[in-house]
Design a protein around this ligand. Structure first.
Ligand SMILES: Cc1cc2nc3c(=O)[nH]c(=O)nc-3n(C[C@H](O)[C@H](O)[C@H](O)COP(=O)(O)OP(=O)(O)OC[C@H]3O[C@@H](n4cnc5c(N)ncnc54)[C@H](O)[C@@H]3O)c2cc1C
Length: 435
């Protein structure tokens, strides 16, 4: 038995876990965080092989108004730069920039089709995929070549932003998430200093893999590869995929409604391909570059990181099934395809990168994917169910449990605060009341 005088054990030192731990401590609870990895942060981590930190996971603040990440960035001295979406450049298959008015007209048609598709899905006897619901209203074969390119870019959006192909998304509910206003920003100094700032005030046991949680009448036993810990209550913040794959054994088992909700939700995939070149050869003033997709397994969306840290870096994004295929290839194979795509656009004389890395989030044993989404048959109610305590001693947080702001850093953080509040308001009373 490991000694701990913690009242609450938090499983996982990501934004949800550290958010909850700091908040509970402020409320006077004794808290200890058990973390499987040899570092804090979870889906927040840096690569330093370029000589400075670059995020392998989250890099964006989505919505600057009312976002706790802005306040945390300021508190820990982390700078960020707003993203001007007016400087997202989209190119056709001949390498020509598509004029904004053509983009806007396509966008309007597509947005209208999404509204029709949603209505269609609501009236259907059962949920269907976004692809099936869109089919009657949006016919790719009837599109001009430029529109077909734009349609592929849209599909890339679902794959990247949502982490799943539109064939997998619930037509009824895929877009149930709220956006914070105020535009987006990219953290120049990455999220890691924020995570480390939060962790500095917490007691975190690294390299501690939780394998089982046993809830008893008078406490909770948490079994790990480092021995057994005991506490009055436990907050679980591990990613959805680990709950789906039953990596932690719960005794008694989780309520059936909760298990079903966990099964219905989806874990999406989003990967980053970072390339540092000896010089800039792309549009310096651009923020993002969207190229025509020549090869279904190549990366065609890039962020121009020169605008973030004045280094000649392109960050390629891929998501969904495409990202899964790409991450199964070797680094050399991925690089060859990325360079082939860039050469089609910028000519054969562009230099090879001097450094690069490719993330493979589905192969990460403590994440097994990037972030959650709502597949066919799932709804935001499943996120609410995941958020429900399984007993007066067993609580759940994490991005997937945030009904309105899933798949984000602020959503994860807020889910941790939500459970800290819940533990404060109910747990001590319920646990200590006579049985
Ligand atoms: C590539 C990528 C890009 C992203 N981009 C953005 C972005 O730009 N902006 C944004 O807002 N969001 C983004 N996100 C999403 C955001 O990173 C996540 O929503 C958020 O970080 C999740 O925090 P969490 O605390 O819920 O989970 P996690 O950060 O995954 O924390 C859970 C912790 O539990 C630990 N754990 C797992 N199993 C065990 C176990 N058995 N025992 C003990 N510990 C365990 C894990 O190691 C991990 O540290 C991105 C995610 C990825 C992967």
């Amino acid at each position: 038995m490991q000694s701990t005088n913690a009242q609450v054990l938090v499983i996982g030192a990501g934004f949800a876990g550290l958010g909850a731990a700091t908040c509970l401590q402020e409320k006077g609870f004794k808290v200890e965080v058990l973390e499987a990895r040899d570092r804090v942060g979870g889906r927040i981590c840096d690569d330093t092989s370029f000589g400075f930190p670059l995020g392998r996971g989250a890099n964006w603040i989505h919505g600057l108004d009312g976002n706790p990440m802005v306040e945390l960035a300021q508190r820990f001295g982390v700078s960020f730069s707003p993203v001007d979406v007016g400087r997202f450049y989209t190119f056709d298959r001949h390498g020509q920039r598509i004029p904004p008015e053509v983009l806007d007209a396509f966008e309007e048609d597509f947005e209208n089709s999404l509204i029709y598709a949603k209505d269609f899905a609501q009236q259907s006897p059962q949920d269907l995929s976004l692809a099936d619901a869109l089919a009657p209203f949006f016919k790719p074969k009837a599109l001009s070549p430029v529109q077909q390119d734009l349609f592929k870019r849209k599909l890339g959006f679902f794959q990247g932003y949502v982490g799943a192909d539109y064939q997998r998304l619930s037509a009824r509910n895929w877009d149930h998430e709220l956006s914070l206003p105020g535009g987006h920003a990219i953290l120049s100094d990455t999220y890691v200093p924020i995570i480390q700032g939060l962790a500095a005030s917490c007691s975190v046991r690294l390299n501690t893999v939780v394998t089982a949680i046993q809830v008893r009448d008078n406490g909770v036993d948490v079994l790990t590869d480092q021995g057994c810990y005991q506490a009055e209550a436990v907050l679980v913040t591990v990613p959805l995929s680990l709950l789906q794959q039953k990596v932690i054994h719960f005794d008694p088992p989780l309520p059936v409604v909760k298990q079903k909700a966990i099964e219905r939700l989806g874990m999406g995939l989003f990967n980053i391909a970072a390339l540092k070149f000896p010089r800039l050869f792309w549009e310096e003033d651009s923020r993002a570059l969207f190229f025509s997709e020549f090869d279904a397994e190549s990366i065609s969306t890039f962020m121009n990181y020169y605008q973030v840290n004045r280094q000649p870096i392109l960050l390629g994004y891929s998501g969904g099934d495409k990202a899964l295929k790409i991450e199964q290839a070797s680094d050399q194979q991925i690089l060859a395809k990325v360079m082939d795509n860039l050469r089609r656009h910028y000519g054969r004389n562009i230099p090879e990168p001097e450094a690069y890395f490719f993330t493979r989030w589905s192969q990460d044993p403590f994440s097994r994917g990037s972030y959650s989404y709502l597949p066919v048959g799932a709804s935001e109610g499943d996120r609410e169910e995941l958020a429900q305590p399984a007993s007066a001693r067993l609580f759940f947080a994490g991005e997937a449990s945030n009904r309105d702001f899933p798949a984000t850093t602020h959503g994860a953080y807020w889910s941790g605060l939500r459970e800290a509040q819940r533990i404060e308001s109910g747990f001590l009373l319920k646990v200590n009341e006579p049985r």
